[in-house]
Write a protein that binds this ligand. Structure first.
Ligand code: SAM
Length: 228
């Protein structure tokens, strides 16, 4: 079973997201386990403060290292894991893609540190195995990146989605498993959709032909291999 431990100051953000759909089912089937940890529980001050002013001055606040260090240490000591990785979310990190997701799916525990405020004390990087960015844009926190990583990695765990789907869409691209995935256009009923009078948007006839070989050829012609 793959275990995800999220360290955040906003644990409730995750409440509804992980209680829906395939991610919820994966937890029920004990294929994955998701634990959300409130960083404030790892402070030792009365007001549960997790941030402070930046050295050198400047706007905003910086997340302190002590509570994060304590949280990671405590989670590691409680969970027996063979292959555990600590991931720190930062826009300066390695760009997340399918290949990274595949590599991460080989672990049995991912500890995900979600930043907030103007950033995190740089020394936190010393306790992380990997700094990950989900793209060249600045978010308000690491919670959405954590959801993205959990969803992408979970899809690759056998049994979470239908294995045929995984085989068809995430085959070995250029002979190397997990390096990419395949996307092609999809259609469903109705065969003809009319957005306004005199206009009709038709699904390609070939997809309704029942000719499996021709359908495969069509999909191959229109497919995009998203590799990394
Ligand atoms: N300049 C700060 C930095 O370099 O970390 C940005 C701080 S941002 C307002 C707050 C937090 O959101 C970051 O500490 C990080 O955890 C998360 N974050 C923002 N954009 C991200 C991205 N593109 N990928 C991953 N995490 C991101």
């Amino acid at each position: 079973m793959m275990r995800f431990d999220i360290i955040t100051i906003f644990p409730e953000i995750f409440d509804s997201y992980f209680k829906e759909s395939l991610i919820f089912r994966a937890q029920k089937k004990k294929l994955i386990q998701i634990k959300v940890h409130n960083l404030r529980d790892y402070t030792n001050n009365r007001h549960q403060v997790v941030d402070d002013r930046p050295f050198g001055g400047g706007f905003g606040m910086v997340m302190k290292i002590e509570p994060i260090f304590k949280a990671v240490k405590s989670i590691k000591s409680r969970v027996k894991s063979q292959e555990s990785r600590v991931i720190l979310f930062t826009p300066r990190g390695r760009k997340f893609n399918q290949k990274t997701a595949y590599q991460l799916s080989k672990n049995d525990q991912l500890i995900l540190i979600c930043g907030r405020y103007e950033g995190i004390d740089e020394r936190v990087a010393k306790i992380a195995d990997m700094e990950v960015s989900i793209g060249d844009y600045d978010l308000m926190g690491g919670e959405l990146p954590a959801m993205i990583v959990i969803e992408t990695v979970s899809r690759l765990i056998p049994g979470v989605i239908k294995s045929q789907l995984l085989k068809e869409r995430i085959p070995s691209v250029r002979g190397r498993a997990g390096r990419g995935f395949i996307e092609y256009p999809q259609y469903t009923r109705p065969e003809v959709f009319s957005p306004k009078k005199g206009v009709s948007w038709k699904a390609p006839k070939i997809l309704l032909s029942g000719d499996h070989k021709k359908i495969q050829e069509w999909r191959k012609k229109h497919q995009k291999i998203i590799s990394s």
